[in-house]
Structure formats: structure tokens, C-alpha cells
Design a protein around this ligand. Structure first.
Ligand code: MG
Length: 385
């Protein structure tokens, strides 16, 4: 029986990972979440886990009380999550933690030599080179739980690495596809949260509307598959049926198709290299819409171009991009700034920190730029008030 732990268990991918565990009969040995005590208690009892961790310390105390009739160990705080990873027995960690908070858990998993099923793309964006190095040193595998990278992982099996000419990430284009810059400026929070094909959390839905998510995925692809940024292209494919493609040197293109359902990616990452009976629906070719392909509009969605720039420059610049975006999106979600402000703030942070950030290498240097990126955006927002 496969043993998994689910980090970020109450989020969109986390709950889908638990659903795969139910269907596949995986043993879930530990869970972590931020502050949703009721859901964690429910899942902890359902899966009879050994341990739980809450990032929020007050929530950890509340969970301890609720689980006092069990022998489930409860860990507290960000450090507690890492301790839980170190103390618990598992084969694969599904990391669907949101944002920067997922990085230290990712590093803890690969340091332990265990498989990381990575839905926290920020880990790769912020410190992909370090994460890959630690994984290699400890013979840990990293399997992507991001539909595009899961697709590429499968398509790459069709040839040798030296034969790959480019990776082609598909993008749904988000809710504002086809709109002009002037129209995008008027878009509201509700408009941004109406994603055409994927049901996801609020943060990533906004990232899809700005195409920042696709930008992060470009960086993630460069680092997961060790390819330069100019070998990664983005094609807008509105229907989210083709999840990504790989073009080989003979111009043959391999594509992976399936219904848009993240549970497939979780199942693939946990079971790899085996394939098991599907937990998701079959693709019904006679009932899917026509497949379309368009160029992304990097003028209307400048954050996609900024992500290419950030990974090209390297150092801590991708980290700054993520940090600035986390603060800007949080401000947009709490209606403090407009949709157009998100890209302006992120670009401002990247441009002003680029010179210093480009040479950062060590983890503590990179993390210092995480703080600087956040501070830069917070300062502009508070000055504008
Ligand atoms: Mg994706």
C-alpha cells in the first residue's frame, strides 16, 4: 500500500489528493493545513493519520483539543510542519501548500529522500535550483502535480532529452483572454475569479487571469526539465483538453490529452512509473468542443513576459516576482488595489530589485529577496492610500 502525506490538505488540490487516496486506497499518514481546523479533524479521523500540523499556532492548539481522544500527534507552526515531515513515515508527499510557505516543506521532503509530488509551483519558482540539487543529493524524485508539467513529463517519454526542440505549455488564457489593455483595466474581482475551465483556489485563479500563473509555469518547466527559457513556448488553448506538448528535433509533436481534472495528475505522480485504472473520466471525443490555438498577448498580460525575463536573469529574481505577486494578489483579493495594479506593482518590484537580486545563490540570500519584494509592494500600496 502506498503511503502519502498531504501538505495543504484543505485547499483545492489537497482535497482532490485526498479523494484520489480514497479511490486508490493509499494510506494517508499525515496532513498539514494553515488554519481550517474542522476539515483537518474530519480528514485526520477519516484516514486515521499518525500526525497533523497546522501552520497557524492558535489553530494547532484548537486541533490538539479536538483530537485529544486520539493518539494523533499535532505539530504547530511552519517549523512544526517540517518536524512532522521528518518524523512521519511516507513514500510520497503531495505538496499543495499555497505560495512561499511551501518551500521549506518541499526541501524537507527531498532532504529525506522521499518523492515530492509538487503542486506548490512556488517552490520551483523561488528556489528550483536548490530544490533540484538537494533532491539529487538525496536521490529523491520530484513529480509535478501541475497539469501542464504532468503532461510534459509524459510526452518526454517519446524521445531522448537531446532530441527535444521545445516544450509547449498550453494556457487556457484565463477569463480575460482576447480583451484589450483598456478593457482589462476595468475588470473586477468577480470577473477575475470566473475561470473558464478549471475550478481552483482564489489566488491561482487571479494568477491565471493575469497570466502570472503561466509565467510561473514557464519558470517551473525550465527548472523541472532542465531546459533554457527560449525552449519553452506558451500557446493559448481555451478548452484545456491538451495539457501541454513536446516538440522533438524532427518536428514531431507529442501532446497529452485528458479531461481537465487535477486528480489525474495526483494519481500519476503517486503511482509513477505505473499506470492504474483512471480515477477521472474518459475523454469523450464526440463531446468535446473544437480545439483552438492562439498566441498569448504579452502586451495585455505583461507578467508572462516578465517571468521569462526573471528566469533568464536568474538568481533571486524569480523569487522577487513571486513575493511581489503574493502581496499584490492578496491586496487585490481584499479589494485594496485594482486588477491592473497587480502587474504594475509586480513589475515595479522586479525592475527595482533586479540588479541586486541577480547574483543571489544561497537559500538565505534568496529568502532575503523574498522579504524585499514583499516590502517593495507593501510600501507602494500604503503610500497610495
Ligand atoms: Mg497549471
Amino acid at each position: 500500500m502506498k503511503k502519502i502525506i498531504v501538505l495543504g490538505a484543505t485547499g483545492s488540490v489537497g482535497t482532490q489528493a485526498l479523494d484520489v487516496a480514497r479511490k486508490e486506497g493509499y494510506a494517508v499518514t499525515a496532513l498539514s493545513a494553515n488554519r481550517d481546523v474542522d476539515s483537518v479533524e474530519k480528514y485526520a479521523r477519516e484516514f486515521n493519520v499518525k500526525a497533523c500540523a497546522m501552520a497557524d499556532e492558535g489553530s494547532a492548539n484548537a486541533l490538539k483539543c479536538k483530537l485529544s481522544d486520539t493518539d494523533i500527534k499535532v505539530y504547530s507552526g511552519d517549523k512544526g510542519i517540517v518536524e512532522m515531515i521528518n518524523d512521519t513515515d511516507f513514500d510520497t508527499a503531495v505538496n499543495s501548500t499555497l505560495g512561499m510557505a511551501g518551500l521549506m516543506p518541499s526541501l524537507a521532503v527531498v532532504s529525506k529522500g522521499k518523492r515530492l509530488a509538487l503542486a506548490n509551483k512556488e517552490s520551483m519558482v523561488i528556489a528550483g535550483e536548490i530544490l533540484n540539487r538537494v533532491a539529487k543529493e538525496n536521490r529523491a524524485e520530484i513529480l509535478p502535480v501541475d497539469s501542464e508539467h504532468c503532461a510534459i513529463h509524459q510526452c518526454l517519454k517519446a524521445g531522448e532529452k537531446r532530441e527535444v526542440s521545445r516544450l509547449i505549455l498550453t494556457a487556457s488564457g484565463g477569463p480575460f483572454f482576447g480583451k484589450k489593455t483598456s478593457e482589462i483595466k476595468k475588470m473586477t474581482l468577480d470577473d477575475a475569479l470566473a475561470h473558464p475551465t478549471w475550478k481552483m483556489g482564489a489566488k491561482i485563479t487571479v494568477d491565471s487571469a493575469t497570466l502570472m500563473n503561466k509565467g510561473f509555469e514557464v519558470i517551473e518547466a525550465c527548472r523541472l526539465f532542465d531546459v533554457p527559457h527560449d525552449k519553452v513556448d506558451v500557446v493559448v488553448h481555451r478548452q484545456s483538453i491538451i495539457h501541454s506538448m513536446v516538440e522533438f528535433c524532427d518536428n514531431s509533436v507529442m501532446a497529452q490529452l485528458s479531461v481537465p481534472d487535477m486528480r489525474f495528475c495526483v494519481q500519476y505522480a503517486v503511482n509513477y512509473p505505473d499506470r492504474c485504472e483512471g480515477v477521472t473520466e474518459k475523454l469523450d471525443f464526440f463531446n468535446i468542443p473544437s480545439l483552438t490555438f492562439d498566441k498569448p498577448d504579452t502586451e495585455a498580460f505583461p507578467l508572462l513576459a516578465k517571468a521569462y525575463h526573471a528566469v533568464k536573469v536568474g538568481g533571486a529574481l524569480p523569487c522577487v516576482l513571486n513575493a511581489a505577486n503574493e502581496i499584490a494578489v492578496a491586496a487585490f483579493l481584499s479589494k485594496k488595489i485594482s486588477f491592473a495594479d497587480i502587474s504594475e506593482l509586480v513589475i515595479s518590484a522586479v525592475d527595482s530589485l533586479e540588479n541586486d537580486a541577480k547574483n543571489a545563490e544561497a537559500l538565505d540570500e534568496i529568502l532575503a529577496f523574498d522579504s524585499l519584494g514583499r516590502e517593495h509592494v507593501r510600501n507602494i500600496i500604503s503610500r497610495a492610500k
